[in-house]
Design a protein. Structure first.
Length: 329
């Protein structure tokens, strides 16, 4: 049976598939958990980033947790490299840390803060700061790393973070999420505040991909592991609609073979009641996690959707999703 982990903004949820339902078990309640990463080499090792409490690690599938003692408390992004197992953590104010011993110790990748664009980094709701919103280590090359600053740009390193290229041409500067294709080397994808983009040269340059969408404030991005030309984004009309408590004006879109984006409905509520903060494509299944805690699933690559039946603890929100391993149908 499949297992998912979700960051709820309050704690971490472990969801275990059990027949037609999913058993939900919450941990770290009240911690402010907002991001997570699962070790690709060990599905029971999970890292969670807290809004004010640094990084926690579990080696038993979320049953127990230890403090990894990250030097900076406000964690906005986490990643575990499939290429070499390195753990990365991004914070506010913008700092990037790397651990080569599963979070036992950390070293800062200080060269990121030496980029010429750094004085212009600013997060509009808190203009005196910025944060590392997303970290995307290449699954094919342990030295290749993409990092998104909100709001500042999409940065690239080809030497494990020792040096950096500043914001990449064609990419969105307001980075919300990034993804690599797990099989097609060099293919990368971005969802940003002004639209979506993709790269065919390992993040060196980027091409906008916005035709067909009537909403350009994109948030989450995921790609079909079997097809680098099929990818998905969630989008709204702007930040106030997406993150406010009223109508999110949000949709989920799919792009195939370079064609214009298509909005996905097929059983999804119209309009969506909350922003889809988390999209996840794995093993022929597509999951969408909403800001109100709803979870939806498609088994035909977005053509039709069903609401996931959740049992056990209540999900108040879904900010991030990760599988414990590649899910197979």
């Amino acid at each position: 049976m499949a297992r998912l982990y979700a960051a709820t903004g309050d704690g971490l949820a472990r969801l275990d598939e059990a027949g037609e339902a999913w058993a939900v078990e919450l941990a770290l309640s009240g911690s402010g958990a907002q991001c997570l990463a699962v070790d690709p080499a060990d599905p029971d090792t999970v890292f969670v980033g807290l809004r004010e409490g640094g990084v926690r690690r579990s080696v038993d599938g979320g049953r127990s947790w230890i403090d990894c003692e990250l030097p900076e408390p406000a964690v906005f992004s986490l990643a575990v490299s499939a290429a070499d197992g390195a753990v990365y953590a991004g914070t506010e104010p913008s700092r990037l840390f790397r651990s080569d011993d599963k979070g036992e110790s950390w070293r800062e990748l200080k060269a990121l803060l030496e980029l010429p664009s750094r004085p212009r980094w600013s997060f509009p709701p808190r203009p005196w700061t910025s944060h590392v919103r997303w970290i995307a280590p290449s699954p094919h090359d342990a030295d290749l790393l993409l990092v998104g600053i909100e709001l500042g740009g999409l940065m690239r390193s080809s030497d494990g973070g020792q040096s950096w290229q500043d914001h990449r041409p064609g990419a969105q500067p307001d980075v919300h999420s990034l993804a690599w294709h797990p099989r097609a080397r060099g293919r990368a994808y971005e969802a940003g505040g002004g639209g979506a983009a993709f790269s065919a040269d390992a993040g060196e340059t980027w091409q906008p991909a916005d035709e067909g969408r009537d909403r350009h404030y994109t948030w989450s991005v995921t790609v079909d592991p079997d097809d680098p030309e099929r990818w998905y984004v969630s989008a709204s009309t702007g930040p106030y609609a997406a993150h406010g408590r009223g109508d999110p004006q949000a949709r989920i879109f799919r792009r195939r073979d370079g064609e214009p984006w298509q909005p996905l409905t097929g059983g999804l509520p119209e309009p969506l009641p909350a922003m889809p903060y988390a999209l996840l494509a794995t093993g022929g299944r597509l999951f969408a996690g909403l800001a109100n805690g709803q979870l939806w699933e498609s088994r035909d690559r977005g053509g039709s959707w069903t609401a996931m039946r959740l049992e056990g603890d209540m999900l108040v929100a879904v900010l991030a999703l990760a599988p414990d391993r590649v899910i197979r149908t």
